[in-house]
Design a protein around this ligand. Structure first.
Ligand code: FAE
Length: 538
């Protein structure tokens, strides 16, 4: 299979045929195309370094360890996403979701649930799809599933926070080092670039953002260009009609088939090239505990594309890096502490979780202010009112293919509320204490921008996007952060208290807010921490 993501030959492989035969979901596979990869860690294997998750933190850790000569095995619960489905595309389009679109759901759960009075969610086949809308009591947390983690589904906005805000984001980290070394390293590794302002000013596909800029500036707010990981040359060719469309075909939430530089094209391509990293997709870590002979015993469920466990494997790792994302890492650590596998983890585990202050809203524009039927799915501008009002608002697309006369925004706000993950022995699951009402500070912050713009423009909020007569999308986050915070649950480099050889290296380290979109900060922090760990622990 072309998509064999095994790059070393150190673990046992199984053939694709036998793997699929064991999935028990041949019908679903035939309909959707196969995205399973043949790489599969062997039961009883011993590995020097095991990385749980293949998002930003995990990819940085695996690449740098491999470059330092360490053999690494990455375990990823989602699929490989390297093989086209029956429609010839790896990823489904935003406007026509199918089984590929959601992680084990029978109905879509779109962030915008309604449009002009209609519910837009639809039935889909249950499948190990790419976007997980994970529901806790007071919030739905959206996350990417598959090799590449959140980079598969995110908007690609690659923002380095303003230096003046850094001390509030990661108080125990030297800003000098971050801005001098690790942010530049992360930006280079991720392939971050900025739109050509002249093209922005003329292309149809950013009319919506120009309307957003005009309204922001007329109300006295600074509009800033936001760097992204999209290939801007490719997007210009999409607009010119010389290459297949991707951002201009509305591809974003369920994967992007061409122009976005997901981790697959950057860090993961590099770590594959080392020949020292093996990735096992559709494998989910369920336990980590000290092994009697040293190192750690890791228990892993192999999944089929229906989400059933087809095999359970036990491997031993000298070192384990938790990179399962803020929610995934927190859930694992809270469970392992509570159930006695890692009882000496400290009491900071599960704490200081935040939603990066995410809140969404739409504004209804006048008929003379159309936002355009062609909208690039990659946002590239924002309204910065962080210092005065505690809000940074992305001017986001509504890539429906029709004129909507709507301006749509995802705001990142200074929300002080922090939630805690806890083990629920009755359900055998991990709960999160976030309450929907805790979004009120975010709404208030976003209103510092949009109440003013509405007053100036004589416009109103849209009330049809998140339900019936509901203005605020206050039910979700795209940016989960915290749960195993740096210098609290771990030391100042991500070493877990109480367990030498166990590390956290993802968004769980960041205490709840980054003032901007988070993945550049997660990547830069991982670069900083892994450099120290390689220098001192190996
Ligand atoms: P993440 O990328 O989530 O990777 C964790 C990986 O671990 C995933 O692949 C999981 O499937 C896997 N995993 C979890 N549990 C297990 C387990 N038990 N065993 C094996 N594997 C497991 O973590 N951020 C920006 O900066 N700019 C944006 O424009 C942006 N847009 C976004 C849009 C959407 C719709 C979403 C959902 C997120 C967006 N984000 C954005 C957030 C960003 O993607 C997120 O902060 C990072 O992906 C988090 O990186 P981590 O390495 O922490």
């Amino acid at each position: 299979m072309s998509g064999d993501v095994a790059c070393g030959n150190r673990s046992k492989h199984i053939s694709r045929r036998s793997f699929l035969a064991g999935t028990g979901s041949i019908l679903g596979v035939a309909a959707l195309g196969s995205h399973t990869a043949a790489a599969s860690i062997g039961d009883g294997a011993r590995v020097p370094a095991l990385v749980i998750g293949t998002g930003y933190g995990g990819s940085v850790a695996a690449l740098r360890l491999a470059q330092a000569g360490v053999d690494v095995h990455m375990i990823e619960m989602g699929m490989a996403w390297d093989t086209p489905g029956a429609d010839g595309k790896i990823f489904a389009n935003t406007t026509s979701p199918d089984g590929r679109s959601y992680w084990l759901r029978t109905k879509t759960k779109q962030p915008l649930s309604n449009f002009l009075g209609f519910q837009i969610d639809r039935d889909i086949p249950r499948y190990t799809g790419i976007l997980d809308a994970e529901e806790f009591g007071g919030i739905t947390v959206y996350q990417g599933r598959g090799v590449g983690g959140g980079s598969l589904v995110n908007g690609g906005m690659a923002v380095t926070p303003k230096r003046e805000n850094f001390a509030a984001i990661l108080p125990s980290v030297d800003a000098e080092e971050m801005y001098g070394t690790y942010y530049p390293r992360a930006n280079a590794g991720l392939g971050v670039g900025t739109i050509d302002p002249a093209w922005f000013d003329t292309t149809d596909c950013y009319q919506y953002a120009r309307v957003g800029r005009k309204h922001a500036q007329r109300s006295g707010f600074p509009f800033v260009f936001v760097p992204t990981v999209y290939d801007w040359d490719y997007m210009e060719r999409e607009a010119a009609g010389t290459v297949p469309r991707s951002a201009l075909a509305g591809e974003i939430l369920y994967g992007n088939n061409y122009g976005k530089k997901s981790l697959r094209k950057t860090y993961i391509a590099q770590l594959e090239a080392t020949g020292r990293v093996t990735i096992s997709p559709l494998h989910k870590v369920t336990s980590v505990a000290p092994a009697s002979g040293g190192g750690y015993t890791v228990v892993i469920d192999q999944l089929n594309s229906s989400g059933d466990t087809t095999a359970t494997k036990t491997v031993t790792a000298d070192r384990v890096f938790f990179a399962a994302g803020s929610v995934g890492t927190s859930k694992l650590l809270v469970t392992l502490k509570a159930t006695g596998a890692l009882p000496n983890l400290n009491n900071e585990i599960g704490k200081s979780w935040g939603d990066n202050g995410n809140v969404m809203c739409g504004r209804a524009n006048h008929l003379w202010d159309p936002t355009g039927s062609l909208q690039s799915a990659i946002p590239t501008g924002g309204i910065d009112n962080w210092t005065a009002g505690g809000a940074f608002a992305e001017v986001a697309p509504l890539p429906t293919g029709i004129e909507t006369w709507a301006s749509f925004y995802l705001s990142i706000t200074k929300n002080p509320n922090r939630a805690e993950f806890s083990w629920n022995a009755a359900t055998g699951k991990v709960d999160l204490s976030w309450q929907t009402a805790w979004k009120q500070p975010s709404i208030n912050a976003a209103k510092t921008i949009f109440d003013k713009i509405n007053a100036k423009e004589g416009t109103i909020y849209r009330t049809d996007l998140f339900g019936v007569y509901k203005i605020w999308g206050d039910h979700l986050t795209y940016h989960p952060l915290g749960g195993a915070v740096l210098n609290k649950a771990t030391d100042n480099y991500g070493r877990l208290a109480g367990y030498p050889g166990l590390y956290v290296i993802d968004g769980a380290l960041v205490p709840g807010n980054t003032s901007v979109n988070p993945f550049v900060t997660i990547t830069a922090l991982a670069e900083r921490n892994i450099e120290k760990i390689i220098a001192t622990d190996l």
